[in-house]
Design a protein around this ligand. Structure first.
Ligand SMILES: [Zn+2]
Ligand SMILES: [Zn+2]
Length: 260
């Protein structure tokens, strides 16, 4: 009995720690990226603005939504740490790096195909519509989803240890990367820079901003590989991404040179 109680306490502690870490990462990333975007007004991607009510809606829903993600991530970790459920990672530095890259590729695949599924007409209205009510996203829009939406896109974190021999630390690093780039991806300003310059497979902010604007394109989250392979990348993606990277660089230069 005491063993069951100890395991239950461990579950509550694990999920609570994950939730606190996710909320802290979300809030700090939103504030820092908003601060970085402030001097870049000239490089804003969409002319449209988002109403304060809509931003408050997204912020409120994100805080709720992160609890569902924390429950899935925390439960996956708890099953692995408490009961050894999942693959044992290769204990070497190269095993660590390989498993981190593999996790990013696998999650991107998971996200791409489930994201396409929840855009199918009859599924869309009860799963994913909430997230797309914001057409001009801001940082705070990142986790504004319904619970059912998270069950499709974020359940990867519940089963990751069953899919890959990945260490808990590699998964934590991957999730933090996902959280921070997700917030940046909704900021409305191209912060990706030279790392995302085509043909780099890394997506910039333009990729998901176009998804909110044009809807039936750009379904992946870390890389543009699946969208290119399946023909779902927006036809103007590369051209607009280059324009936006250059516009951000120009706005930064203009901001750093004081007006005469
Ligand atoms: Zn979508
Ligand atoms: Zn979005």
């Amino acid at each position: 009995m005491s063993e069951i109680l100890a395991a239950a306490v461990n579950w509550v502690v694990t999920v609570s720690v994950v939730y606190a870490a996710l909320v802290a990462t979300y809030v700090v990333a939103c504030l820092v990226i908003e601060r970085m975007s402030r001097p870049l007004a000239a490089a804003k991607m969409q002319a449209r603005t988002t109403t304060p009510e809509q931003i408050r809606r997204d912020r409120r829903q994100s805080i709720v939504s992160l609890a569902a993600i924390a429950a899935m991530f925390g439960t996956g970790h708890w099953l692995y740490a408490e009961f050894g459920i999942g693959w044992q990672p290769v204990r070497s530095w190269w095993g660590f790096i390989l498993s981190l890259v593999a996790s990013m590729l696998l999650f991107d695949t998971w996200f791409y195909w489930f994201h396409r599924l929840i855009h199918v007409r009859f599924v869309y209205s009860w799963v994913h519509r909430w997230h797309h009510l914001t057409v001009t996203p801001v940082t705070w829009s990142n986790n504004s989803d319904r619970l059912i939406d998270n069950l499709f896109l974020q359940s990867y974190w519940l089963v990751a240890h069953l899919l890959l021999p990945v260490s808990p630390l590699a998964l934590v690093i991957h999730k933090l990367y996902d959280q921070i780039t997700g917030v940046a991806g909704h900021s409305g300003f191209e912060h990706g820079g030279i790392w995302c310059w085509p043909p780099s497979p890394l997506v910039g902010v333009t990729h998901h901003d176009q998804h909110h604007r044009y809807f039936l394109c750009n379904y992946a989250t870390h890389f543009s590989l699946w969208d290119r392979l399946m023909g779902t990348l927006h036809s103007e993606h590369d051209a607009e991404l280059k324009r936006n990277i250059l516009a951000t660089a120009a706005a930064k230069r203009a901001h750093s040179v004081p007006a005469e």
